[in-house]
Design a protein around this ligand. Structure first.
Ligand code: IPE
Ligand code: IPE
Ligand code: MG
Length: 271
């Protein structure tokens, strides 16, 4: 049975005249999310609580990244997207920014072989043109080195902003319209989505934020439009396999409705 006929099948069973997206049955039955995004927050407070400089928290956060990647691999998550540095983080003191850049460089160099051995494909999302030439080179090399891996896609958001992402997609489309390659009437949601970062990885199913704050801080705005949100008090360096599994359990206990009613969702779940 192809995706279209299965979509028709559940459309009939749900007695709705609206055409439902073909992937809806899979999405509402999902116990393990395909795509998880994490706002890794709380490094600075973790260090300060121990009377140490903020960079100590960032360094400790690397261990939590390693653990999250391992857990994602173990659970069969397909894409893990980590917010490492936002387009707004340049506003921090120069010293913290340069230490973060140095840490990013070192971690890329140090971890890439292990990521590769574990079948992880690294994909940096964000405007990397603002980074030093040395760091850009390291990023490109790491991406190329792991390009053929298929176990897990690890998207690291660096100098990333959700608004930037939407604007860069809109700009590409505007250029295509100006060049006569497409008409403005072809500028649809799916056309725009096709030009965003991570465009072929599926939307974000679960978005976790550690560190106790309840906001999105200009992270993936479009791709997380229907994500389940989990906010945790745990500070990022303390995020381990148990914490990750707790978030996954919260996800699997939620009913994702995508605009439908709870009854409709139950019927789809039983098909
Ligand atoms: C998140 O931790 C890491 C980055 C933004 C680079 P923070 O550095 O924001 O830690 P807190 O929120 O100040 O504790
Ligand atoms: C979001 O954390 C960015 C990253 C985790 C990289 P911030 O600590 O920068 O967010 P705000 O400033 O508290 O919103
Ligand atoms: Mg923070």
């Amino acid at each position: 049975m192809d995706a279209t006929s299965s979509s028709n099948d559940f459309t009939t069973k749900c007695q709705t005249s609206e055409r439902l997206p073909a992937q809806l049955p899979d999405l509402v039955k999902q116990a393990i999310p395909n795509h998880v995004a994490i706002i890794m927050d709380g490094n600075g407070r973790w260090a300060q609580a121990k009377g140490k400089p903020r960079i100590v928290g960032h360094r400790a956060g690397v261990k939590a990244v390693r653990s999250a990647v391992g857990t994602a691999r173990k659970l069969g998550i397909k894409s893990l997207t980590l917010f490492a540095f936002s387009s707004e983080n340049w506003r921090r003191p120069d010293q913290e920014v340069s230490l973060l850049m140095e840490l990013f460089f070192t971690v890329l160099r140090r971890e890439i072989k292990k990521l590769h051995a574990n079948g992880v494909r690294l994909n940096i999302i964000g405007d990397i043109s603002r980074f030093s030439e040395r760091l850009q080179k390291q990023i490109r090399a790491a991406e190329a080195y792991t390009a053929d891996n298929t176990q897990l896609i690890l998207n690291v958001a660096a100098n990333y902003g959700g608004r930037w992402d939407i604007v860069q997609a809109a700009r590409t489309l505007a250029e295509k319209v100006a060049a006569g390659e497409m008409s403005s009437s072809q500028l649809t949601e799916s056309a725009l989505a096709a030009h965003l970062c991570m465009q072929n990885q599926g939307e974000v199913d679960l978005m976790i934020r550690t560190g106790g704050d309840y906001r999105i801080s200009n992270f993936i705005l479009w791709q997380a439009a229907y994500a389940e949100l989990v906010f945790m008090d745990t500070l990022w360096p303390d995020f381990d396999e148990a914490t990750f599994c707790q978030a996954i359990e919260m996800f699997s206990n939620r009913q994702r409705r995508f605009g439908l009613t709870g009854n409709q969702i139950e019927k789809i779940r039983n098909i």
